[in-house]
Design a protein around this ligand. Sequence first.
Ligand SMILES: [Zn+2]
Length: 430
Amino acid sequence: MKIVALVIFYSFFLVALSAQDFKQRAEENFPFLIRHEVLKDQIKIDDVGVTMYASKEDRANNIPEATIYWNEVPTFLNLLENYFVDETVNRYLSKGTSKFDESQYYALEPIKKTPNSLKGMKIVIDPGHSANRFENAIIERKFMKIKGEDLGLDHDVQFFESDLAYETAAILRKRLKKEGAIILMTRKRGKSAAGMNFDKWLKKGMSRDLKRDVASEKLTQKQCDWYEQEATISEKFRGYFNRQDLQTRADKINAFKPDITLIIHYNASGANMVDGYYKPTDKNYSMAFVGGGFMEGELKKPIDRLHFLRLLLSQDLKRSIELSDVFMQQHEAVLKVPAIENKNNVFYLNKNSVYAGKSGVYARNLFLTRHIKGALVFGESFLQDSAEEAKRLYLTDYKEKGIKTSSRIGEAVETYYQTVLKYVEQYGGN
Ligand SMILES: [Zn+2]
């Protein structure tokens, strides 16, 4: 009798302890996940677990979509870890507020420790955008063109982000590989993650992709016809090519199961454009994005709510903030670009993001910060339209590992490289 009582008490105690830990984690993550107060109505965190509602109305009518009980968190995270996120939607919906099957109950949380060295560390390098030439960078809206007179030069300058990000990634890849890291780079120069440039895709890829998406009911025949007959070239790019590219990147990255993901971008203040030329600014700053910051309308679909629950219940967000914090510190130390000040007038920081508690780090619900599992940093190292940066970025005055680029990009590579080293030093084994 005594023994039975002891056993019951012991197992109860274990469950109760981890339940408390999971609740605490969810409460710590929660403030970074919500940008608009109205979304708070869709989530209930209490002593039992976290309950999700499909809408504000469902909450008012007490119709929950699903509850993840605290002792089910490891089971739920395993589910997300082992399947593509969209495959888990059906399992999540059919579970509802009932419990997961008991045979799955004792799954351990799928925590991966941060490696102690670069040897064998799995790192994703994702160079932002995909333009293969300047005209396509214009369609992509990720180009820089500045009048010489505005920079004190006797010629105009131009360059584009897709190439800068690629060059950074390509050198970084070789450096990290040399130290024994296992690298996945998501794309080649001028190509999407699926391996095609936009020009070739327009000619050969688009109608094939449309057929495929109509067959799988991702698109209706009407939408397909619109893309074929009516869409402008930039609608084809933004509505279809680019979206598909982001999805391919996310799928590739999650299948690789990396220790960390580095998403490389360069920013622009972009406020001043006259006749297709940017007016340079004397400002400069860096910032980094992690997941979270959901806005009104961004918890409409079950899949959005699953992304939200992963960020709420896993360690991904905390780890991404730690990695991004190291990244920002290296920007001050190596690249000598200050973090954006907490008080600023950058609209997407004030309207679309939540300050993540570390200088320059913001929770923002971007496609990649939402889809990619594990620790990530979405870097925005400097302003390309800063006069000082622009005067260096158009040059090809640096060569490393066979790749020619601007010496400023060489410095950005060093910043990313130091970020990885310092992150391993500081958090390795955690
Ligand atoms: Zn970018």
